[in-house]
Design a protein around this ligand. Structure first.
Ligand SMILES: C[S@@+](CC[C@H](N)C(=O)[O-])C[C@H]1O[C@@H](n2cnc3c(N)ncnc32)[C@H](O)[C@@H]1O
Length: 244
């Protein structure tokens, strides 16, 4: 199955290094799994502006600082650049997402759900819209956006980094993408705790030894130690995660 992911943005070039590097780059180049291949498509919103100077924004009604992205140009980009270019019979076949401070706050649980239920699902292809300026005309959002996600309680200058962050953290949960199935299960947040400390060669570094238990080859004891260390690390670094 091929899962198409469409990204409407004013800065498609921002995604170039993302696609060139690491596991998620390989995943979104369609090179990681056999059963499910991703194909990313970039739609430059500016290409769909019919204004004289190819502008995509205008000043807000009611006044105020900044500019607002126009609903008509975004709709045109969505219909021409995605629906018609991709051969979808209607916009109903697409899951349209806008990254915005108002959205559902992204965390590991949301990333897992998104990876499993959206990226790995064959029901609908996905469209991400990256906002810029002061955001997008509310009428476009009301009519065409299915889901809103925020990557945290701060304001980015654009939605591109938010989209990359979402894709990178969610693709880890798509079956077949990570080499070792266990690697996402062992990571931080999976059981509500921070990961245990990790060590590799050399056995001694600047007077510090690797914990002896890791060298004894006693699998059960190592698992117990790792669990204890998760608690220690979480209490030390993220006490807010420990409830009750
Ligand atoms: C400068 S921001 C607009 C902020 C908007 N005026 C507000 O106060 O909510 C431009 C774009 O960056 C993206 N963005 C900013 N902060 C974000 C966040 N925390 N999560 C996801 N996207 C964000 C959105 O797509 C937004 O349209």
């Amino acid at each position: 199955m091929i899962k198409h992911i469409w990204i409407l943005t004013l800065f498609p070039e921002m995604f170039k290094p993302f696609l060139e590097c690491g596991i998620s780059g390989a995943a979104f180049r369609g090179e990681r799994s056999v059963d499910l291949k991703f194909e990313l498509h970039f739609v430059n919103i500016r290409d769909y502006s019919q204004t004289k100077y190819k502008s995509v924004d205008d000043s807000p009604f009611g006044g105020g600082p900044g500019m607002v992205m126009r609903a008509d140009i975004l709709r045109y980009a969505l219909v021409k650049g995605v629906q018609e270019a991709g051969g979808y019979e209607s916009l109903e076949k697409l899951h349209v997402i806008y990254t915005s401070p108002r959205g559902k706050v992204w965390n590991n649980k949301v990333a897992r759900e998104f990876g499993t239920n959206v990226l790995a699902s064959n029901v609908k292809d996905v469209v991400f819209i990256a906002g810029r300026y002061e955001g997008i005309d509310e009428r476009f959002l009301a009519k065409y956006v299915d889901d809103f996600y925020s990557v945290g309680d701060f304001v980015l200058t654009g939605g591109e980094l938010a989209i990359m962050l979402m894709l990178d953290s969610a693709v880890r949960f798509v079956p077949g993408i990570l080499g070792n199935k266990l690697s996402s299960e062992d990571d931080s947040f999976e059981d509500g705790l921070i990961e245990f400390p990790q060590y590799t060669k050399p056995r001694e570094f600047e007077g510090m030894e690797v914990p002896a238990i890791l060298l004894e080859g006693h699998h059960k004891k190592i698992l117990e130690w790792q669990h204890e260390e998760k608690l220690v690390m979480t209490k030390k670094w993220r006490p807010d995660l420990i409830k009750g």
